[in-house]
Design a protein around this ligand. Structure first.
Ligand SMILES: Nc1nc2c(ncn2[C@@H]2O[C@H](COP(=O)(O)OP(=O)(O)O)[C@@H](O)[C@H]2O)c(=O)[nH]1
Ligand SMILES: [Mg+2]
Length: 393
């Protein structure tokens, strides 16, 4: 018996709907396969075997010798703000970075201090590298508390910060350091001709052999900023940083980059209490004690205007705004997020956090380990959000 054409068509449509229905319920759940598993952080990507980045990499050759006639090095420096008293810690960091990377490429070291470096500091740091060392004093106008900061208000504010257990709140130099690292270091005359820097603190560790020129990597891939670790900030150190940022955006909506990472900055789901206390900012930030970056971004009009806005608002002193949330917010809003790179291959530790990739090139840290054991510290890790709202490259 022949089936009428409309009935056949209906039957076919019903079959297709069934197939679609079955596909919908049986298809793999997002977040459980492929790179999505990293977004939910079922699995730390550092547990997976690591390979070098793809594409052309610049290897150590004689053109990277300290005295090479036509050096392959680009305009870049290792940069450390450090006190004379921190010499031993600085030597520890230098030893690690020289062994794993810089002894192959010989980029210069630039040391900054708010007072002159001692002869001992100079002698012993010079002995720790074949590369050139420069010792720079920060000009007073870059370090001193700006004239518009009211001393009484500062003292009152410190009391509140201390009641809220904000570390270093009563240490004026800490506030000065955060401000300098946010918006002044790249204005030092010694940095005038420099484009890239790698920030190094005393007492940090580098674990993995890195066999390519990371500055050229940044330049060749058109990257602005490289990080290793992201964590949440203490929200009570920055209650008005996000509201001030919102005011700034309202004045300059044109500064927002079309491919920004605002959703990363404003995520409420993972740590809602932080978002509440920071008035709309997740507090997730690049941990800036490590940063490899192109200063062109800090020198841009957008960042200059943003930094000046924040500086005038006074939160570097009346609160304890750190250079980490300030840099991170600026990058997240005003830069193309594809220009921000996770250096997953640079094994790093600043107590208590690690970046320890699973690679035979890494020694002295536990492979795939990010934090120092305690569940509380694990909670501070916000890399999953970066992977979710941005990317893993
Ligand atoms: N020269 C100098 N360096 C400082 C001063 N305060 C902080 N630093 C440096 O700034 C960086 C951050 O300070 P640190 O005490 O490590 O802060 P933490 O990492 O937030 O605990 C380190 O490289 C310090 O050596 C200061 O008053 N003078
Ligand atoms: Mg430190």
């Amino acid at each position: 018996m022949a089936i009428a054409r409309p009935v056949r068509a209906l039957g076919l449509a019903a079959l297709m709907m069934w197939i679609f229905f079955l596909y919908t319920i049986l298809k793999p759940t997002p977040g459980l396969v492929g790179p999505d598993k990293y977004k939910t952080f079922e699995r730390d990507p550092q547990l997976d075997p690591l390979e070098e980045p793809e594409g052309k990499l610049w290897r150590a050759t004689e053109d990277y010798a300290p005295d090479a006639k036509n050096p392959a090095r680009i305009n870049a420096t290792l940069l450390a703000l450090v006190r004379n008293e921190e010499l031993e810690g600085m030597l520890q960091s230098m030893g690690d970075l020289e062994r794993t990377w810089n002894s192959k490429f010989n980029y210069p070291w630039t040391f900054f201090n708010d007072v002159p470096f001692s002869e001992e500091f100079k002698k012993r740091t010079r002995a720790a590298t074949k590369a050139e060392c420069r010792y720079e004093v920060i000009p007073k106008e870059h370090w001193e508390v700006p004239s518009w900061i009211n001393d009484d208000l500062y003292k009152e504010s410190v009391k509140i910060l201390k009641e809220n257990d904000i570390q270093y709140a009563d240490m004026l130099s800490y506030h000065q350091m955060c401000r300098w690292n946010s918006g002044l270091f790249y204005k030092h005359p010694a940095m005038e001709n420099m484009q890239f820097y790698w920030r190094v603190e005393p007492k940090v560790h580098f674990f993995c052999d890195v066999d390519y020129d990371v500055f050229r990597y940044m330049q060749d891939r058109n990257k602005t900023y490289g990080f290793t670790v992201t964590i949440y900030d203490a929200p009570k150190s920055i209650p008005t940083l996000w509201p001030e940022t919102e005011k700034f955006i309202a004045q300059h909506p044109e500064y927002l980059h079309p491919n920004n990472a605002q959703l990363w900055l404003t995520d409420k789901t993972r740590r809602p209490e932080h978002w509440e206390q920071a008035n709309g900012y997740s507090t997730c930030h690049f941990w800036t004690n490590f940063e490899i970056a192109d200063m062109s971004f800090w020198r841009s009009k957008v960042y200059e205007d943003y930094f000046n806005h924040l500086d005038r608002a006074g939160g570097f002193f009346y609160e304890r705004w750190g250079d980490a949330p300030v840099h991170s917010i600026a990058l997240g809003l005003f830069e193309d997020k594809s220009k921000i790179h996770w250096f997953r291959d640079i094994g790093y530790q600043h107590i208590p956090f690690f970046n320890c990739p699973n690679s035979p090139k890494c020694h002295g840290c536990t492979k795939g380990k990010f934090y120092d054991g305690e569940p509380f510290l694990q909670k501070e890790d916000c890399r999953p959000n970066w992977f979710k709202y941005a990317h893993m490259d």
